[in-house]
Design a protein around this ligand. Sequence first.
Ligand SMILES: [Fe+2]
Length: 522
Amino acid sequence: MLSRRQFLAALAASAVVGACSDSDGDGSAFPGRRSTSTTGPLPRLDGPAFTLGVASGDPRPDSVILWTRLAPDPVHGGGMPDADLPVVWEVGRDERIRDVVASGVATASPRHAHSVHVDATGLEPARTYWYRFRVGEEESPVGRTRTAPEDDATPERLRFAFASCSHWQDGYWTAYPHLAEEDLDLVVFLGDYIYEGDPNPAKVRQHNSPRVRTLEGYRNRYGLYKGDAGLQAVHAAFPWVSVWDDHEVANDYGGDTEPLGTPPDEFLRRRAGAYQAWYEHMPVRLEAPRGPDYRMYRSVPYGRLAAFHLLDERQYRDPLACDASIGTLCEEAEDPARTMLGEDQERWLAERLDRSGATWDVLANSVVLSKTAIPIGGQDIFNLDQWDGYPPARQRMLDLLAEREDGNAVVVTGDLHASGVGDLLADFEDERSRAIATEFLGTSISSEFDEDYLDIAERAVRQAPWVQFFEARHRGYVHCEVTPDALRSDYRFVASVDQPESTIGTASSWVVEAGNPGAQEA
Ligand SMILES: [Fe+2]
């Protein structure tokens, strides 16, 4: 609770800032450098406010979402007073933000863990900007971002990287400082940004609490993860477009059900807290959730060159079939009523692809879409948490991609903690059917691929002629360059995640030509 003095100070500060906002005519929201009275006095914070850095995301031709969170003590509830605080933001055309083009005052509220999502509008298309925040006298680090090209523009090239699966305990995030140094328009994150599990003393670093199940627990877990300097550097370097996978809530969950058997009403309460904490920590162009139902799926177009379709493969899916996450396919899995995306999202995606004027439609897809049968003891075993556990839903997805004759669909995938390149066949039950699109599977930032499964994974790949490349021993990310003629993927692997720093190198490169689905080694 605030003292009376702190409360009055906060009130006064909000009133003063609210009144002047960015309306002082010179375009600067940081007039405190000339007149320190503008945003003060504020309640004294028990430490630096911007411990979790800054971020931007979901760019449009004229705007981008800017994010920060005030959190002097991010792993213990944030350490903020229980009051709304004004946060000044500004965007400039130069690194030192002298040439300010947009500014304003946002409110950091305890309702959303003092996170701030600003829609910075009035920007020019396909342009780099720098931004920062200020609370009281404290300035945030400067972030860099970039707007999308105009809707009818065809840029010569677009560069993005995609990444997923950053388990705090499995390894150091040695890829992130290298990712921050790339020359990119944006980063696509495919989920498992946090992991919800218990501490494990055998690992290189430990979680800060037992398995998280509450809003407060998830917030503290994001507080831990987002304290990583390399991750902060990547957020500060590029706009991100992000989806979630399972570990932002609970392992292998589907809809209102998780394999550990939590009753649905209790699980939905947990899901509501998890989705809220995800929103509070990600630079997403979304309203805050108001409960367990939360539309996250959306598209981010990049002119006529590319469109990113960001999919939710957890909230609407049917729970695991066949009572197992790994097993043989039972009759239940073949039920055409079973869904991965849910009816509404399936319809939405069909419409988006139909209306897309983009040369490249990039689907941000959390779990592997290609068929991957694992031959064990004369039987085909599947990872039933992947699309393999939803064969009719997968066929509907493949039919949708096959229909897009004048477009080029590329599916970028996370979850498996391994790298791969494969043709998506029109019908995986007919090995001779044509390739209709390409799936690029990106390895994890740090999450391990269990060495015990290496052998069977490699065996599975050998009996899948549509898979052209597979590698499970390395961590890293995938760098993509998109032009009107081709999409090239470079698999960037770090040497190690056992030490805080590592070298990085390109291990494998693949190209898809426009109009010719299926990848070729570059
Ligand atoms: Fe993962």
